[in-house]
Design a binder for this molecule. Sequence first.
Ligand code: NAD
Ligand code: UDP
Length: 320
Amino acid sequence: MRVLVTGGAGFLGSHLCDRLIADGHHVVSLDDYSSGRPENLRQLEGNPRLHALRADVRHPIELAATPLDGLDRLYHLACPASPTAYQRDPIGTARTAFQGTLEALELARRTGARFLLASTSEVYGDPEVHPQPETYLGHVNPIGPRACYDEGKRIAETLSFDFARQHGVDIRVARIFNTYGPRMADDGRVVMRFLASARRGEPLVVHGAGDQTRSFCFVSDMIEGLTALMEANEVQGPVNLGNDHEVTILELAQAIIQLLRSGQPIEHLPEREDDPSRRCPDMGVARRHLGWMPSVQLEEGLAHTLAWLEGRSPAGSNGQ
Ligand code: NAD
Ligand code: UDP
């Protein structure tokens, strides 16, 4: 098939390109390299079925700029993803979420491609329902520092469903929960931040008391989930993709200190504004409709990620 991956040089996008190329597809990665890196696609250099296009998804996407003569699948991932990155230029983030998704959907409409949006658990905000099922409508502060991203992804979902209703575009919406692994940049997100600090012998900095929770999914599981969702038939609404093993941020810090046997102290900074206090996916829809469940345990995924950081393994999503 002919596949476009926006954000293809990013963390998830590059693993997705690996997988699509391995499956025999013709792939174009579209990326402006604002947070992604050309190195993330280096392993595919010289592969005639991979074409890397530098472009900003907020501008109309011309298929003519690619070697593809049509499009069968469009994975739309381009968007700053870490709180540090998306809050650096919040208006730009909101534009990427809205205009970028609009341009990607327009291309899907013109070409008849099936479209998958990389949405996020952030659409649930600081949830009052736990774990979060897809039917939960969320609890988002529309004027806070996270809103450019949270509300951005919410309008991106709205656009996707309106393109399905109004133009008959075949859409999939993945609500991705915190995912980590090799190639993830040290961009402020907690797993890479803690691993980087522990390796440098610096204290691990926890915001607030550290009793807020997240549920971390290893990248190989997420890529499996994304491709399964794209190829599934009869998917009506959004689908949570993630791991439902929930840990506190303090437990994550302790697991990383134990993994490195580094004995670092943990320091506390004030809690971040609007930081969700609990987050864990209800995985019922993914299990029933995709037959998919993550399989990599946190300790195993952290060990793979550490091995990659230490140069002991290449950046494959399974650490091999
Ligand atoms: P990432 O920062 O590594 O990837 C994002 C990619 O999009 C980068 O390569 C970046 O250069 C590119 N990009 C950003 N703005 C662009 C623009 N205007 N035009 C073209 N390219 C642009 O982050 P990631 O973790 O790989 O996230 C990928 C997608 O998955 C994002 O949409 C993110 O919101 C979503 N997501 C990720 C997670 C996670 O835990 N990793 C969780 C929820 C949702
Ligand atoms: N966090 C932390 N120390 C850090 C980075 C993050 O305590 O160095 C906390 C953050 O406050 C949040 C959680 O870890 O409660 C996850 O943060 P991240 O930025 O990875 O992503 P989020 O899930 O908030 O989008």
